[in-house]
Design a protein around this ligand. Structure first.
Ligand code: 5GP
Length: 188
């Protein structure tokens, strides 16, 4: 079912819902429970650092961490890809670095979406040089049809078709991050 655009929406385009707010909530709780199980034995040995990749992951991260039942530290890293907003160039720059070193810590990187995989490939390689005790990836979404890199996603929310999606943190031109569901603007 396609919900109506919210009243604040400036675009005349119809919205199509891909994943409802309710389905997201259920899946995010499952991922949090899985992370809790996996990290309970590790959390006493070293800090667990959950790293949100700005800005798209912030809503996912905010919901996910409230389902993680072990002590964690939250940090953020800012990344920008050059090129067209809807096509990954594979050229990535860190625009805002972590606030603390991650050496010896158990790192969980939280991404909004793995599309071609270039962005997260670069990020994981960069973080690995900082000698964390371990590093795993959580991504809300994955578009396998677009994959150009083999990326192992340890905690995956949903596999989606090759559509440009918005909402629940994901934007187009910085808009739509505050939609509670994942949808797409038909025509984008
Ligand atoms: P990749 O390097 O994997 O191709 O792209 C990763 C980044 O591109 C994501 O972190 C996200 O910022 C952006 N991106 C890729 N696909 C989508 C999409 O369908 N919707 C939105 N809003 N951003 C996307």
């Amino acid at each position: 079912m396609a919900p109506s655009p919210p009243p604040w929406n400036r675009s005349p385009d119809p919205f199509a819902e891909l994943i409802s707010a309710e389905a997201i909530a259920v899946r995010v709780a499952e991922l949090g429970a899985q992370i809790t199980t996996d990290y309970a034995p590790l959390a006493n040995q070293a800090d667990v650092v959950v790293i949100g990749v700005l800005k798209g992951s912030v809503i996912f991260l905010a919901d996910l961490v409230r389902h993680i039942g072990v002590p964690i530290i939250v940090d953020f890293i800012g990344i920008s890809s050059y090129g067209d907003a809807t096509v990954s160039s594979g050229v990535v720059q860190i625009t805002q670095d972590l606030s603390r070193p991650i050496e010896g810590k158990h790192v969980i990187v939280v991404e909004d979406i793995v599309d071609t995989g270039h962005t997260v490939h670069y990020l994981l390689e960069n973080l690995a040089t900082r000698r964390p005790a371990s590093i795993k990836l959580a991504s809300l979404l994955h578009k396998p049809e677009r994959a150009e890199r083999q990326i192992e996603i340890h905690y995956l929310g949903f596999t989606i078709p090759n559509k440009f999606v918005v909402g629940y943190g994901l934007d187009v031109s910085q808009q739509y991050r505050n939609l509670p569901f994942i949808g797409y603007v038909q025509g984008v």
